[in-house]
Design a protein around this ligand. Structure first.
Ligand SMILES: [Fe+2]
Length: 355
């Protein structure tokens, strides 16, 4: 790898995964880094045995790196989503340590007012040839971007009021795969890279969405030279790359500049992308197809998951929290009829209605 690369080194979580502790998970310094700079990078968030299960399960799904099928995968998504047939994958966004970390970043005591909008396991392949270089959608060497245009119908609120937390959990190692995510750290209110609104990317306003870095920048030089100039001056020269290994978690923001970089030829890199939004921010869309199709599976996997989940876990899936106006004696009885036999304890909902 290029020796001139500037690296972001991961820190350790405030408490080790092996402790089983879920508060606090992130150090104060990491929470502040996410709030101020737009990201933080941590190791030892999830228990190693859970991550190994996820990796093993997903290995069965992705084509091997040098196969013809792998060559066709230059984009994202659709392989393994929540709710998955793999219980290991379903555990990730509902894991108490992940949920505690997200609550810390939002500055909330729990996630009852937060919703899960994305859990997808994504493969990315290192190319052995140059066939992708003319494909504007190719993700090998991505253009610098923020994620919000593909998540929200609006634009993120001003910097100090984040309404989403985005996550990349790496199930590979940068020394073997390369392909480190690059981020542009925000340096403060006056940072020219982060003037509000964040408009300087293809796919914003009238410019077309393009993913491939060379093609996107050439296009912008043509149709929006001031945007291309801004990117060349303020974004690319300031990028730093995250030194990830198996289990590293990148927390970032939908208003943080970042991009994917090229992998080592012949390598398969696996990551899990997760996103949580504030419940009130309904304009942030759900990235995957949602839960409804899983409720048509014959062995009731989602119903079982909901029944056995904690109140907080249910809330991030959109289940009404105790005290919500949905709950009346009639709805409590109706939901109990559906879920109690599967193990749901209705007490928190009954108690809240009495108050
Ligand atoms: Fe992105």
């Amino acid at each position: 790898m290029d020796e001139k690369i500037q690296w972001v080194e991961p820190t350790m979580t405030a408490t080790p995964a092996s402790s089983g502790t879920s508060a606090p998970v992130l150090t104060e310094s990491d929470v502040n880094t996410w709030r101020e700079n737009g990201y933080c990078l941590v190791n030892d968030l999830f228990p190693e045995n859970l991550l190994k299960l996820v990796a093993n399960d997903c290995n069965n799904v992705f084509p091997s790196p040098l196969s013809e099928e792998a060559k066709k995968i230059n984009y994202y998504g659709g392989f393994v989503n929540f709710p998955s047939t793999y219980d290991s994958v379903n555990q990730l966004p509902l894991h108490p340590r992940m949920m505690a970390a997200v609550a810390q970043l939002f500055g909330m005591k729990d996630l009852t007012d937060v919703r899960l909008t994305q859990t997808e396991v994504w493969p990315k392949y290192g190319r052995n040839d140059s066939s992708h270089e003319n494909n504007e959608e190719d993700n090998a060497d991505q253009r610098m971007h923020c994620d919000f245009p593909s998540h929200t119908l609006t634009h993120p609120p001003p910097w100090d009021e984040p309404d989403a937390v985005s996550i990349i959990l790496y199930l590979s190692d940068v020394d073997e795969c390369y392909g480190a995510t690059a981020v542009v750290p925000r340096t403060g209110k006056e940072d020219p890279a982060y003037t509000y609104p964040l408009s300087q990317m293809p796919g914003f306003g009238t410019t077309e969405w393009k993913n491939n870095r060379n093609i996107a920048e050439a296009y912008l030089r043509e149709v929006a030279p001031e945007v291309a100039q801004y990117r060349a001056e303020h974004l690319y020269p300031r990028e730093k790359r995250v030194r990830y290994r198996f289990g590293t978690v990148l927390f970032y923001r939908q208003d943080a500049w970042h991009r994917g970089t090229e992998l080592k030829p012949g390598c398969l890199r696996v990551v899990v992308n997760m996103t949580y939004r504030k419940a009130i921010a309904e304009w942030i869309s759900t990235m995957h197809i949602g839960w409804a199709w899983a409720m048509m599976r014959k062995n009731l996997p989602l119903e079982n998951l909901v029944a056995k989940a904690t109140v907080e876990q249910r809330c991030i899936l959109g289940f009404p929290k105790p005290g919500h106006s949905y709950w009346t004696p009639m709805t409590i009885a109706a939901v109990a009829a559906r879920y109690e036999a599967l193990g749901m304890d209705m007490k928190p909902y009954i108690e809240a209605i009495k108050q």
